[in-house]
Design a protein around this ligand. Structure first.
Ligand code: 9UX
Length: 72
């Protein structure tokens, strides 16, 4: 199963932030693809909802010091 979500993220100010979040989310089992866009402050995440849910993704973003501002 595959699902796409666009997540609004707060607190990113440079390209290293982008890489940090991409790496953190890709570590989560069930996250299949992540593309973070600094300009729009969003992450496009492809994931398997039977393996990982939005709360796991939210917690990971927050653990790394960024804000999960919701799903668009
Ligand atoms: Mo760049 Mo982001 O120096 O948390 S890594 S601002």
């Amino acid at each position: 199963e595959k699902r796409d979500a666009v997540i609004k993220i707060g607190g990113m100010t440079c390209a290293s932030c982008v890489r940090t979040i991409e790496m953190a989310l890709k570590e989560l089992p069930g996250v299949l693809d992540v593309r973070v866009n600094l300009a729009t402050e969003t992450a496009n995440v492809t994931y398997d909802p039977t393996m990982v849910d939005m709360d796991d993704i939210k917690k990971t973003i927050e653990e790394f010091g960024y804000q999960f501002l919701g799903v668009e």
